[in-house]
Design a protein around this ligand. Sequence first.
Ligand SMILES: NC(=O)C1=CN([C@@H]2O[C@H](COP(=O)(O)OP(=O)(O)OC[C@H]3O[C@@H](n4cnc5c(N)ncnc54)[C@H](O)[C@@H]3O)[C@@H](O)[C@H]2O)C=CC1
Ligand SMILES: O=C(OP(=O)(O)O)[C@H](O)COP(=O)(O)O
Length: 354
Amino acid sequence: MTRVGVNGYGTIGKRVADAVAAQPDMELVGVTKASPNYGAEAAIRRGYDLYAAIDDRVDEFETAGLTPSGTLDDLLRAVDVIVDCAPSGIGARNRAIYASHDTPAIYQGGEDADVADASFNARASGDVGDADSLRVVSCNSTGLSRLLAPLDEAYGVEKARVTLVRRGGDPSETDRGPINDVVPDPATVPSHHGPDVNTVLPNVAVDTAALKAPVTAMHTHSVNVTLETEPSTATVRRLLGDETRLFLIPEVANIDGAGALKDYAADVGRPRGDLWENCVWEESISVQGRDLYLFQNVHQEADVVPENIDAIRALTTDIPREESVALTNETLGIGLDSLLADGGTVRDPVAADD
Ligand SMILES: NC(=O)C1=CN([C@@H]2O[C@H](COP(=O)(O)OP(=O)(O)OC[C@H]3O[C@@H](n4cnc5c(N)ncnc54)[C@H](O)[C@@H]3O)[C@@H](O)[C@H]2O)C=CC1
Ligand SMILES: O=C(OP(=O)(O)O)[C@H](O)COP(=O)(O)O
């Protein structure tokens, strides 16, 4: 049983905590919060042991009636691995604390790649060897790595070009922007996403350009990949459809954007309406010569969560990657196979294309 702590119970941390608690081979020892806000109260209501992320704030928790089980140091003494889910940049500052306890650590994509011994994506990374720390690449890079790895293996990727329309902030981030604009962010090319993908897929040529839009639900990627061979549209659809962490949205489902996707996720019982899979519009997948085009959406709050679970196993056990992925998928319920997929309007043109 791997004893796990989560440092930073925010958007990512609370989801990672739930996912850890669902694993048969992991024990969630506790979670930290920096302040005794509604998130701290919710953690206690969910039955998680709450620790103060910052030593001298214990009084604040006590005053709020949320007496913590201890501080981050206490948590680190009780775990085999810590998952850092603190705000971007704080993870790098926490590194020395984890090192002082000799505690293996997993960091998130808001940190620079050199925060850890290796960057990680369950589908794309090679063996992590004897790494003592891993960094799960960002939500957008996770979405791109899951897509590009099978394409490169099957057909070879000569060059991928991706335009990312990023959500301005998460639904709870009222202070985020833009409010009424679409902003190149960064205005320079490439954005950090292509180089981030290369930390797990070093041999795949990928250029990324990014914008921010005043939406909160999901990121949208417009993808063009020049392949080294000329597969048919049908075979690419089949290849991507066989990937467990890619959900091919059937045309007949009439899901036209992030609003309907999140609605569907909630309707089928996903916790918090989370979509752990990349969501690829099946009818958008088209091959012209060696050029592949498609649109996909990425739920930024959720897609890195299963990757964190597989990163924990990669860091602390000898369980083979495929076994870990299968167990994570099974315990979380990953693999949205739409009941509509075989009866919809999309399959007919595919059959004709074969
Ligand atoms: N929100 C997103 O869309 C995604 C975020 N990430 C990355 O995940 C990491 C966490 O991001 P979010 O969950 O969005 O942040 P968040 O702001 O929602 O949550 C961070 C949590 O850390 C706590 N915290 C503050 N100071 C701390 C400290 N010194 N030590 C420990 N905890 C502290 C806060 O109380 C808060 O609960 C960042 O690296 C981010 O770039 C990665 C993928 C997607
Ligand atoms: O890791 C993320 O995005 P990224 O892949 O664009 O770096 C998360 O969506 C966090 O993005 P934010 O830095 O806008 O909060």
